[in-house]
Design a protein around this ligand. Sequence first.
Ligand SMILES: Nc1ncnc2c1ncn2[C@@H]1O[C@H](COP(=O)(O)OP(=O)(O)OP(=O)(O)O)[C@@H](O)[C@H]1O
Length: 276
Amino acid sequence: MQQDLIYDISNLECQYIPGTTVLRIPELQIPKGKLVFVLGVSGIGKSTFIETLGLMNKTIHVTPETSIKFNNGNELEEIKNIWSRDNKALSKFRNDHFSFIFQNTNLMPNFSAGENMCISMLIEGKELAEVKEKVLEVMEKLNLDPDLYDRKIQELSGGQRQRLAFVRAIIAGFNVLFGDEPTGNLDRDTGHKLMRTLKENLAEFNRTGIIVSHDIDLALSFADIILLLSKKGEGDNVHGTFDSQYYLIKEDGEWKRKDGKPLADPLSLVSEILTR
Ligand SMILES: Nc1ncnc2c1ncn2[C@@H]1O[C@H](COP(=O)(O)OP(=O)(O)OP(=O)(O)O)[C@@H](O)[C@H]1O
């Protein structure tokens, strides 16, 4: 049976400076409901990739040949058409479909943790008691003391802030959650707890997670799909690219390539790409 796609991408070419391509992806399909990790060396274009898919960064230009189709309900909709909407419509589209977690948590320092986590849901018209209950439930899963709910953000550690940013992202309604190094400030055990909580959430609502990370152990432990970005070109023409041989899928606990060939040693392959 054909899998539902959340993204169907062809001829993606991203540029910050016109004529200078930093990322080129000839073809890529991302199925719905999976946890996808994007790995690659520093500067290869991982953030550019998720910022393009999440309509986050207006300084990224895509070439006219680029096609990114997003599954909006039952229809695949061309993302470029959404970019051309006014800012209000664009924000609404983002809020309706996407959730984001960055290493820089974007929490408001003078507000309490609770206010930070609940505000967007309250603006959407949800009841405080209902939102607070959800927040406390996720906080417990991440070993966050419920007393932190009333604490000011500036009184919290980096790791506590990162977990709270995750709580805020996950309690929102979304189709795709994008994370840029979402476990960067956390110890291994807490990072794993966060990923387990995310996976449960994605499975419950058939949502998709797209996570940029340098953490191979985390990716091999939790991802359903790993996309390895690699380098192409010489001199001024160096850019990140994606080749379908570096599309890795975990099925029944075993890593395979996209064509179904088993991958005996995924760790070596990923490590090799990340040291090239
Ligand atoms: N605003 C910008 N203007 C011009 N070039 C940019 C801009 N932002 C990023 N780049 C360039 O685009 C390329 C890809 O950057 P990107 O941040 O996507 O890489 P990354 O893989 O996420 O890196 P890292 O792992 O270090 O965060 C890099 O060569 C970077 O220098």
